[in-house]
Design a protein around this ligand. Structure first.
Ligand code: BES
Ligand code: MN
Ligand code: MN
Length: 464
């Protein structure tokens, strides 16, 4: 029997080249043009599970993109770990800002990744991270060290709000039954300081449309006399935050659970350099809600952000025009116990109520989801912490993240189990941005750490 360290050393070139092959397929879920690549990626994941030694694998059809399911049951008495991940990726645009093509992976060294990082869309989010689980599983099978049962559920619609996963989970509760859910789709503090994500924010995502005159108008002939939808839109959006950067939607904060002083003191102990943060983003100063630190603002506080805004003329030169319509996409990140549907409703009512009569307002809801927080006194967290401590040589720090994986709250509701978020990405890995990358160190360290989780989890499970 080989140790996981030896196995990784002996197989790392193959592990890297297999991931690179997976990254070459542009499995963009937001764009139907890529449907065949979605299907191809699902097949590739299924095949990789089979090759790793997974006894039962299948492609499960859904109303949307297929879910890859795998199952390896060794003994009904033993605990079952359900691994979740997503094989779909974000669109690559703006494509011109990539230093190398997003679906032609290259390995380059960076300051943070002196051992090299793989640059490609999906490298970190989430193909690189989900593939660590396939390789860790391969090790445990090939070396006969798998201590418990495993199920895999890898979906292809996470980046568009997992519209079919709820459908799938509700219909397959028995099949998906488990003792703990394990996900690597988050980050950690640094390569020297691992952390375990103990919270995710929820999400309410809306699109607004301001409708003015029935056609685009000459801005000289009509300017000043009719409402300009773009002027109105920007004015309305600006009013959504007050001078302290609090959100002004009535009722927005009603259900927010304020973090206790103890919790805030604990949070402030995590290593963080504001100077390094500003430097990495090339900004003079940070910005945000008064009364909260940067790390609080991006994790335990709700937010409202415009993600895109358009309308009128944005081509070359100057066109004198008052556009008939203006649009914006707005996301609100939520914290416990805000309800995404309620927040969407509050937003919609408020936005319509503050608009002048001179325009019509349309608000369309996109996907949403609840926030999630997990306690650290359960055996899943303890096993994860032991695994990180052994492979990194330092204990992991619990940390709430600002990102969202809305399906995690649903898992708890439908499958009644806790999720352990063992992420190995870094905030600087540029997920969703041009030049997304994933450190070779992180990838291999993840493969090394995961089998330790299985071991400690099964130990703790058997002792309870
Ligand atoms: N993996 C991310 C979420 C994430 C990243 C959480 C880093 C914590 C740390 C996931 O793929 C993602 O991008 N989620 C979306 C929400 C989804 C509904 C589109 C997000 O957070 O914007
Ligand atoms: Mn992800
Ligand atoms: Mn993502």
């Amino acid at each position: 029997m080989k140790t996981i360290k030896t196995y990784v050393q002996e197989n790392k070139e193959r592990f890297i080249s297999e991931l690179i092959d997976l990254l070459k397929i542009p499995s963009i879920s937001a764009d139907l043009e890529y449907k065949k690549d979605i299907l191809k990626t699902a097949d590739a994941i299924k095949e990789s599970l089979e090759k790793a030694g997974c006894k039962k694998t299948e492609i499960c059809e859904t109303p949307g993109n297929p879910i890859v399911y795998g199952e390896h049951i060794i003994d009904e008495q033993l605990p079952t770990v359900l691994v979740y991940g997503h094989y779909d990726v974000q669109p690559a645009d703006p494509i011109e800002l990539w230093d190398s093509p997003p679906f032609e992976p290259v390995i380059k060294k960076t300051d943070i990744h002196p051992e090299g990082a793989i640059f490609a869309r999906g490298a970190c989010d989430d193909k690189g991270q989900l593939f660590m689980h396939v390789k860790a599983f391969e090790y445990m099978i090939q070396n006969d060290t798998l201590p418990c049962n495993v199920k895999f559920m890898i979906e292809g619609e996470e980046e568009v709000g997992s519209p079919s996963l709820e459908w799938f989970v509700k219909r397959n509760q028995e099949k998906l039954s488990n003792d703990v859910i394990l996900i690597s789709d988050t980050g950690m503090i640094s390569n020297q300081q691992p952390s375990i994500t103990t919270g995710l924010r929820g999400l309410s995502y809306v699109e607004v449309e301001i409708i003015g005159p029935n056609r685009d108008l000459h801005s000289g002939l009509y300017g000043g006399a009719v409402a300009n939808p773009i002027n109105i839109l920007t004015k309305l959006i600006a009013s959504l935050h007050d001078e302290n950067n609090h959100i002004t939607i009535p009722g927005f904060y009603d259900k927010v659970i304020e973090a206790s002083d103890e919790e805030r003191i604990e949070m402030a102990k995590a290593p963080f350099s504001l100077d390094a943060y500003k430097k990495a983003l090339d900004i003079e100063d940070v910005y945000g809600e008064k009364g909260y630190t940067t790390n609080e603002r991006n994790s335990i506080r709700p937010t409202l952000d415009v993600n895109g805004i358009w309308g009128g003329y944005s081509g070359e030169g100057a066109k004198t025009v008052i556009a008939s319509k203006a649009f914006a996409k707005i996301s609100m990140r939520l914290v416990p116990d805000q309800d995404p549907d309620e927040i969407t409703e509050m937003f919609s009512n408020h936005f319509k109520s503050i608009a002048p009569k001179s325009v019509k307002v349309k608000v369309t809801a996109h996907h949403g989801g609840h926030a999630y927080v997990t306690p650290i006194d359960n055996i899943g967290y303890k096993a994860a912490n032991r695994a990180y401590t052994e492979s990194f040589g330092v204990e992991a720090i619990p940390q709430r993240s600002g990102g969202s994986i809305p399906i995690v709250a649903l898992f708890e509701q439908e499958l009644k189990s806790k999720t352990i978020l063992m992420g190995f990405g870094l905030d600087s890995d540029a997920i969703h941005s041009p030049n997304e990358h994933y450190g070779i160190f992180n990838y291999l360290k993840g493969i090394e750490t995961i089998p330790l989780f299985y071991k400690y989890y099964t130990d703790l499970f058997n002792k309870q």
